[in-house]
Structures are given as C-alpha cells and as structure tokens.
Design a protein around this ligand. Structure first.
Ligand code: NAP
Length: 288
C-alpha cells in the first residue's frame, strides 16, 4: 500500500459479491509497497444490479484497474469498452485495465497458472495433458494449454456435453484437433502415460476437503505431474493421490499469486521482480 495517501494515489480494487476473505488486497498492496508505487487496492463489494454503475463510477474516479471475481467474471463483459481476444473467446474477464473512455478486459487466470507452472519447472509444450472440469477456470486453462502447443488434451467433466463443447471450441480456435471431451467416468480410455493433469473442478476445496473427483489408483499411476487449482487446503486429496502414485504436485496458490502479478503489471507497465513475487508468496501461505 502507498506509504502516504494523497492526490496522486492510484486506486485499484476487487469487484465481487460477496467479498469475504480475499488475498488480493494483500498481494496488490504488498506489490505497491515493494515496487515503491503510490497505489492502493481496495475490496469493492457490489450488488449485481449495480455492476454497470460500479464500472462507470470507477471510470469517473479514474481508477487505474480492477480485478473481477465470483460471480461477475462473465457479467462484467457487457460493461467493457474493449476486450482482449482470448478473454472474449473464454467469455470471462478477471482483470480490467483503464483505457480511453472505459476499461479493457483480460483474463489473467490461465497466464497466471502458466507462469506458476514455469516457475515450478512444469513444461506444457508437447505434453499429454488432462483437465478435470469444464467450468470457468477449466475453460481458461484449456485455451492456455492449446495455445502453448500441448501435445494432446483430454477434457473430462461430470457434464460430458460441456467437455465436448469446450474441446470443439478450443480445436476451432487453434485450428487443429488437439482436444477431446469425455465424461469424468471415461478416464480409463486415456491411452497415454506421463500425463500432466490439471484438477480444475471445485471438488476437494475446504471445507469439503478430503475428496477427489477420481479415486481409482490406476488413473494416478499414469500421472507425472498433478496440478490442483485449489489452494485451500494446501494439499488436496487429488494431490495426495498423485503423490502416493509417485507423481509431482503443485497447488493453486502460485496461480493466484501470478494472476495478480500479471494484472499489476498490466496496470502499471512494469515487470515485478521474482524476489518480490516469492516473498509475497510466503506471506500468502501464512495468511491462508
Ligand atoms: P465453475 O465454473 O463453477 O466450475 C465448477 C467445475 O466443477 C465444473 O466442471 C463442475 O462440473 C465441477 N463440479 C462441481 N461439482 C461437482 C461434483 N459434485 N462432481 C463432479 N464435478 C463437479 O467454477 P470455477 O470458477 O471454474 O472454479 C473451479 C475451482 O477453481 C474452484 O475451486 C475455485 O476456487 C478454483 N479457482 C482457483 C483459482 C486460482 O487462482 N488458484 C482461480 C479461480 C478459481 P459440471 O460442469 O458438471 O457442473
């Protein structure tokens, strides 16, 4: 947070409803302090019928940028002046950047995961990848994997139609048949090993932790790296099963960190030093 609030202080914030516990103010106010910027980041709880008014108000007050969280990642789009092509394709924005006459929407969730995986030495290029889930986050991740030239991509979801529709959309976007949509029960039909599996359902999240969408140990034998987008608990049942079968794991906390850092970089036109990123990551771990 800015050391001193004055007429030059830039304002950013988080739009959502309800905004209970969020680590975003911690991430951004720490970034401002460490990068020596006169910027403050606020939680901005807004009710659904006032979302458009909130964006207009932010524009009138010259807010530099905003993050958008549940339940507005899709609904925000109609209130934007411009939208990044990938965010348009995904149909969801989590970051707004001030431009002439309003805000431009981006999706930094999947780039955040990509940067987190790079930081952990997890390679996407040419990998045999599986996404568990076909909801909002899974969709962003599917585009990220396909555009980073994953080898093959299986999308598994409880509602099979959604997995198939997402696979078709992604194939159309990248112009090659990389993705295939299956129901969650069809995991045994994946004929590949050394899999990179990204758990992107809400199953296993606190307080209903201790469960995973797939229990079969045979599935976990095929996994080289298991990434869970959930970060609370820090080790999910999915991660435990991957570990027990000898695979490497990571949770979603670094994804959360980097989606915030990428937003901060878009707002301020700077590159956040890795040392600051890692120190903030440690603070986030303590604050969970
Ligand atoms: P969403 O759009 O509501 O999607 C939920 C997904 O979970 C869908 O695929 C849904 O399947 C599946 N699911 C829900 N209940 C299920 C059940 N009982 N059995 C099997 N599958 C079930 O949610 P989202 O926004 O994508 O978020 C998903 C997770 O990502 C959440 O835990 C969220 O906290 C986490 N997240 C993490 C970050 C990060 O930075 N680390 C960022 C955003 C979100 P159906 O399609 O069949 O309903």
């Amino acid at each position: 947070m800015a050391n001193q609030i004055d007429t030059q202080t830039k304002i950013c914030g988080l739009l959502g409803y309800p905004i209970g516990h969020s680590v975003s103010p911690l991430i951004h106010n720490e970034l401002a302090a460490r990068c020596g910027q006169n910027l403050v980041y606020l939680p901005l709880q807004v009710e659904a019928d006032r979302l458009g008014d909130a964006v207009k108000g932010a524009d009138a007050w010259n807010f530099l940028g905003m993050n958008v969280t549940i339940p507005y990642k899709e609904a925000i789009i109609e209130h934007l002046k411009e939208i990044d092509p990938v965010a348009r394709q995904i149909g969801a924005c989590n970051t707004l950047v001030r431009i002439e006459g309003g805000y431009k929407g981006y999706n930094t969730d999947a780039p955040g995961l990509y940067r987190a995986m790079q930081e952990e030495g997890v390679d996407v290029y040419g990998a045999n990848a599986v996404i568990l889930g076909a909801g909002g986050v899974a969709k962003a991740i599917a585009y990220m994997l396909a555009t980073h030239e994953v080898g093959r991509l299986w999308i598994l979801n409880r509602t099979k139609d959604k997995a198939q529709a997402l696979a078709e959309e992604v194939n159309g976007f990248v112009g090659r048949d990389v993705a295939c949509g299956l129901s969650m029960q069809e995991y045994a039909s994946i004929e590949a090993d050394r899999l990179l599996v990204i758990q992107a359902t809400s199953i296993g999240m606190s307080p209903k932790s201790g469960v995973a969408v797939i229990d079969d140990p045979a599935f976990y034998q095929k996994i080289a790296v298991g990434v869970d987008v959930i970060y609370n608990p820090q080790e999910t049942r999915f991660m435990q099963l991957v570990k027990e079968a000898g695979g490497k794991t990571m949770n979603g906390l670094k994804m959360l960190l980097y989606q915030g850092i990428i937003a901060y970089e878009l707002w301020n036109g700077i590159q956040v030093p890795e040392k600051d990123a890692m120190e903030i990551y440690q603070l986030m771990q303590k604050n969970l």
